[in-house]
Ligand binder design. Structure first.
Ligand code: TXA
Ligand code: MG
Length: 317
């Protein structure tokens, strides 16, 4: 059952998120499907509800720009853009702080993080209760159009999410513009409600464009995905010499994605486990079989991209 909350039920909406639930809420662009950004299991349930076939990193929404520095290390260009457009429909991809409390599933294990401060009173009342932000993709099933009203959210996600807070129709109806400001050349990843001209005017230079994030439901095209440096073998029941085993359910290992065989827990732990095994002493990583349904499909997609063929060539990009 998905609970429909009235716009003044902000405390109830906050409680849903604090308890690790999923809540759809309005922003000035489209409705987002939120989870507390620090709770990996809750973030995993966002992917499950949307039926995303892979882990595409999520935008973390903040109540105000001051919070940016506890999650990211903003470059000077990032600060200028934040000052000019926040609150507003601009998402900035920034270098992730190593000590950021955000769950690794939010960033899909990347060393960057997308942040934005929405220009929406109800959203900001919710966000004020989450100093480390609410991670939220658009509140639509994967491959469908974004929701600009609470009833659109329900058409797509009724019964799959805990609650939606009905704040009426959103204004922009178009998602935020995404600009990568991790490097020296600011780069537009998705065109949206803030125009390229407006961004160029603030930067004093024409931003580059790499519009892969225009296809948020084709995340395989995102080159930036974290991949372990070590070879990785899937569907392993035991390690071969030189391999460290990553277990799941009854298949045990040096680490386990989820000893109880829970896919949400496995999704939440995936990138942390890969990072740890990548830094460890072994030459290679072997991963237990993961059932190929629900979140298991996204986990397997991620593992396939990180895996190698016997010939030694990597699959995918
Ligand atoms: O207007 C919006 O941006 C809405 C509202 C809810 O805020 N959100 C939204 O989220 O459209 P979503 O998940 O549908 O699209 C987010 C896009 C994805 O294409 C993802 O690849 C990109 O942002 N993204 C997030 N973090 C990234 C990162 N660290 N590096 C590159 N791209 C990133
Ligand atoms: Mg989307």
């Amino acid at each position: 059952m998905t609970e429909v909350l009235r716009p003044d039920a902000v405390d109830a909406a906050i409680a849903v998120l604090k308890n690790g639930g999923t809540l759809a809420f309005p922003t000035e662009t489209v409705y987002g499907l939120g989870a507390d950004a620090t709770q990996g299991d809750a973030v995993a349930r966002v992917f499950a509800a949307k039926n995303r076939p892979a882990f595409n990193p999520l935008i973390v929404h903040l109540a105000d720009a001051d919070r940016m520095d506890s999650l990211a290390d903003p470059t000077p260009a990032a600060r200028s853009l934040a000052r000019a457009f926040w609150p507003g429909p601009l998402s900035l991809v920034l270098p992730l702080r190593p000590d950021s409390p955000v769950a690794s599933l939010v960033t899909a294990g990347l060393d960057s993080i997308a942040l934005r401060v929405p220009d929406h009173a109800l959203a900001r009342r919710l966000l004020a209760a989450f100093p480390n932000g609410i991670a939220a993709p658009s509140a639509n099933p994967s491959g469908r159009i974004s929701a600009t009203r609470a009833d659109h959210v329900l058409i797509g996600l009724e019964g799959r999410i805990d609650a939606v807070i009905d704040g009426g129709a959103t204004q922009a109806g178009l998602e935020s513009t995404i600009v990568d400001v991790t490097g020296p050349a600011p780069t537009i990843l998705r065109l949206g409600a803030v125009t390229a001209e407006a961004i160029a005017a603030i930067l004093g230079t024409e931003p580059e464009r790499r519009l892969s994030a225009d296809k948020p439901d084709a995340p395989g095209q995102m080159k930036a995905h974290y991949a372990p440096a070590k070879p990785l073998r899937m569907n392993a029941h035991s390690p071969e010499p030189g391999e460290t085993m990553l277990g799941f359910g009854p298949v045990t290992g040096a680490l386990s994605l989820s000893e109880r065989g829970d896919l949400a827990e496995a999704a939440a732990r995936l990138f942390d486990c890969l990072h740890r095994l990548d830094r460890g002493p072994s030459k290679a990583i072997a991963v237990a079989p993961i059932p190929d349904y629900g979140l298991g499909q996204a986990i397997n997609d991620r593992l396939r991209r990180a895996s190698y063929r016997p010939s030694g060539t990597r699959e995918g990009t």
